[in-house]
Design a protein around this ligand. Structure first.
Ligand code: SIN
Ligand code: FE2
Length: 213
């Protein structure tokens, strides 16, 4: 039902040129999205990857789609198989693709067609240090990032790791899109605070859509 007076209707919050938070955009689909995440994880379980430097990541990851992102002793890469298990990634659900294309279009990036979908699971204390998403071939394609479950503080910085960052709380159903002049901005997630989310329990989930090839 369309409720013109609801203060919960989605709204856009600009972060920088080419970067926007689409607040609550997928909140109503949150439960269905999480069900799909759990189904994907049943096929290819979340696990903590080891970085090329030998560190165990605090974020647990899985993927769906033609390509998945992972890291091991050889480096960071997109591949058709989970390099840890050898399994092919589960297909990207149509609902995921539609959501990503629509969110990108709302942020000004028409025709986004992701081939990779990385799913991160954060437990209390888990974090993602400042980094750039730069393993994708075509940097004209944006990144679409969907937050589900517990809230987390997202850092959005500049083009040098040491640049000042904006810190914004991302909550269940928020979608961040960054591309164009913001595509290579550093970003990260501060350590997750403990809590219980009615649909996600003690976790935050993040789904990022990318065009890898
Ligand atoms: C990412 O940088 O790939 C994920 C960011 C997030 O978890 O919100
Ligand atoms: Fe990233």
């Amino acid at each position: 039902m369309l409720d013109l007076f609801s203060d919960e209707a989605p709204w856009a919050e600009p972060l920088a040129e080419g970067a926007v938070i689409l607040r609550r955009l997928v909140r109503d689909e949150g439960e269905a999205l999480l069900k799909s995440v759990f189904a994907i994880a049943a096929q290819n379980p979340f696990h903590h990857r080891i970085t090329p430097g030998g560190h165990r990541m605090s974020v647990a990851m899985t993927n769906c789609g033609d390509l998945g992102w992972s890291t091991d002793s050889r480096g960071y890469q997109y591949s058709e198989h989970d390099t840890a298990t050898g399994h092919q990634w589960p297909p990207m659900p149509d609902s995921f693709r539609a959501l990503a294309t629509s969110a990108a279009a709302q942020a000004g990036f028409a025709g986004f067609n992701p081939d990779a979908c990385l799913i991160n699971r954060y437990e209390p204390g888990a974090k993602l240090t400042l980094h750039q998403d730069k393993d994708e071939k075509d940097l004209r394609q944006p990144i679409v990032s969907v937050s589900l479950g517990l809230p987390a503080v997202f850092q959005f910085g500049g083009f040098d790791r040491a640049d000042a960052t904006q810190r914004v709380l991302l909550e269940h159903g928020d979608v961040v899109v960054w591309g164009g002049p913001s595509r290579l901005r550093f970003h990260g997630i501060m350590p997750l605070k403990p809590g219980i989310h009615p649909l996600a329990g003690p976790y935050r989930y993040n789904i990022t859509f990318r065009r890898a090839l």
